[in-house]
Design a protein around this ligand. Structure first.
Ligand code: 5RP
Length: 225
């Protein structure tokens, strides 16, 4: 079993009967969704899933996991999702899989969030992973120019065919190659203030439990919040 799979399966054991569960996106989350699907089928686990992308919705439906939309539930009990980087103080970058907007909406209305990663995602400070910014198509080149002037080294994300990637929400993604983000909270506030930015991939103060797949075994770490 690989490290992402170990973390995904361990996280699925946190899901209890009757829960409304946010189902994340990406290769690690895929293992968690598979395991929840197995538990629904083989153990009779009764949950409602709320998906964070079209890809996860398709997977969950194929597995027979009952689903509702985020606007059809009063809240989400627990969201389990992957991450691209997690710093020592439990802040994260997400959006490598282009699902950051829906992931952040679901996480924000969740009572608890767990991130599942392999050990390569743990870093001292955020920023080596390009920071995804989801933007409206109208005026996106203006934001590219602005980020270039600021020295953020932006690239507009393309899909496998070389066309501009469009997110599930119908937006574009600009990746910022920042190397290090010294003050994530202040930088997140700056990004929030920009017209045309729909959401950014800094996920701050959202998670207090991280399940890490390590060569030595799965480890669950808790933030002191
Ligand atoms: C998608 C995400 C993913 O959770 C993140 O990119 C991690 O993906 P993976 O588990 O495939 O490494 O934020 O938008």
């Amino acid at each position: 079993m690989n490290l992402k799979q170990q973390a995904g399966i361990e996280a699925a054991s946190h899901v209890k009967d009757g829960m409304i569960v946010g189902l994340g996106t990406g290769s690690t989350a895929k293992y968690m969704v598979d395991e929840i699907g197995r538990r629904v089928k083989e153990e009779g686990l009764s949950i409602i899933g709320v998906t964070t992308s079209n890809a996860t919705e398709k997977q969950a439906l194929e597995l027979g996991i009952p689903l509702k939309g985020i606007d059809e539930v009063p809240y989400v009990d627990l969201t389990i999702d992957g991450a691209d980087e997690i710093s020592a103080d439990f802040q994260g970058i997400k959006g490598g899989g282009a699902a950051l907007l829906f992931e952040k909406v679901v996480a924000s209305y969740s009572k608890q969030c767990i991130w599942i990663v392999d050990q390569s995602k743990l870093v001292e400070k955020l920023g080596a992973f390009p920071l995804p910014i989801e933007v409206v198509p109208y005026g996106h080149q203006q934001l590219v120019h602005l980020f270039t002037k600021k020295g953020f080294d932006p690239t507009l994300r393309l899909d496998e065919s070389g066309n501009i990637l469009t997110t599930d929400g119908g937006h574009y993604i600009i990746d910022l190659h920042l190397k290090v983000i010294e003050e994530p909270i202040a930088f997140g506030e700056y990004l929030d203030s920009l017209v045309g930015v729909v959401e950014h991939g800094l996920f701050l103060n959202l998670v207090s439990t991280v399940i890490v797949g390590k060569e030595s075994g799965v480890e669950t770490i808790q933030a002191l919040r």
